[in-house]
Design a protein around this ligand. Structure first.
Ligand code: ATP
Length: 333
């Protein structure tokens, strides 16, 4: 009979650190989908790492349980080597690498010597998956930060875990390396059915990588869903703030933009505002033009209200120009 248990779930787990009545994670229930990338986002101190550690078995919940395929995940007090055997965690810290050894040895050392052919094959496999075959014979000390991070992930994957937990692993890696690594991890998930749970501060990263987003605030899940859904229709101002560099206006500021609302906060994403060419109405002044490569960011001002907007026609506007703007959408909270 097929196993009907959810893949990985937290059932009403809470973890309050001693002396910190409001910190940690409060009674939280969640289910992680197999073969998908789930990202946990939230402001600093919202409980992301605490939740991740409880899912992995590095921390025991004060209340509730974590279950992997129906079985309770044991806490650190109950296991010789803390952490569930079917899971591996990678953080931004690559200290676990032996810098004096070659990349190959750093990875292969984790496999038993009983089956030399399997050891060789599995090491080759993760080197290829992480695109580091060409540096297999390099000593780790000579690698860049991004390469070290790839080796750390290869080490995590060589024993074929079912779940990979990533706690801000790309923080120390520069943007160009970061994007390549994100794409490779997505590809591995697609090809192998690996389940990834990641914690990240970077909105661009979670929006492009995750299949499911969980938003944490003060140790509780505020909302969850597909990145597109949460980006387009966040139920909370907090989520919009985390995912976008949005304009947040009060009622009187919104009125300057022609929006009349009885809600406290009116949110306008930069891409929902466009400068338009109107001969008669040029009521906004361009304060700043920010070159962003493929497009420009513009800061426009009217009656002491400043809005950030996107302009996909670079070089069209100069600072000091007067324009009219068109707002296609806004959110109210
Ligand atoms: N070992 C600990 N002892 C006491 N308090 C802790 C401990 N670890 C975390 N906390 C507190 O619990 C809360 C949640 O921490 P956690 O690290 O889970 O948040 P986070 O969302 O991952 O934060 P960040 O994004 O800054 O890493 C914070 O208030 C933190 O200070």
């Amino acid at each position: 009979m097929a196993n009907q248990s959810p893949f990985l779930e937290a059932q009403s787990v809470s973890k309050i650190y001693p002396g910190k009545q409001s910190a940690g994670v409060k009674t939280t229930t969640l289910s992680i989908a197999q073969g998908k990338i789930t990202a946990i986002i939230g402001e600093s101190g919202s409980g992301k790492s605490t939740l991740l550690k409880m899912l992995y078995g590095l921390l025991s919940p004060d209340e509730g349980e974590v279950k992997f395929k129906g079985d309770r995940v044991w806490g650190p007090e109950e296991k010789l080597i803390p952490g569930h055997d079917a899971m591996r965690m990678v953080t931004q810290d690559t200290d676990g690498l032996n810098v004096f050894a070659k990349v190959w040895d750093n990875i292969a050392v984790l496999l038993p010597n009983t089956d030399v052919a399997a050891k060789e094959e599995n090491t080759q496999r993760v080197l290829q998956q992480l695109n580091i075959t060409r540096i297999a014979d390099k000593q780790v000390t000579f690698l860049s930060g991004g390469e070290k991070q790839r080796v750390a992930i290869a080490r995590a994957l060589v024993t074929k875990p079912e779940v990979l937990l990533l706690d801000e692993p790309f923080n120390q890696v520069d943007t160009s390396f970061r994007e390549g690594l994100q794409q490779d991890i997505r590809q591995i998930v697609k090809e192998t059915g690996l389940t990834v749970i990641m914690v990240s501060h970077d909105p661009a990263e979670v929006l492009s990588m995750a299949d499911e987003l969980i938003v944490l605030k003060d140790g509780e899940i505020l909302e969850a869903g597909h990145p597109k859904q949460l980006y387009q229709k966040p139920q909370n101002l907090y989520t919009a703030r985390l995912l976008t560099g949005c304009n947040i206006l009060n009622q009187s500021e919104a009125a300057v933009c022609g929006i009349h609302s009885d809600k406290e906060h009116i949110v306008i994403y930069p891409e929902w505002v466009r400068p338009t060419t109107s001969w008669t109405r040029k009521d906004w002044m361009i304060k700043q033009v920010l070159f962003k490569g493929s497009h420009e960011g513009l800061l426009v001002e009217k009656n002491e209200v400043t809005l950030r907007l996107l302009n996909d026609q670079p070089d069209k506007y100069q600072e000091g120009d007067k324009v009219h703007i068109k707002i296609s959408r806004y959110l109210e909270f």
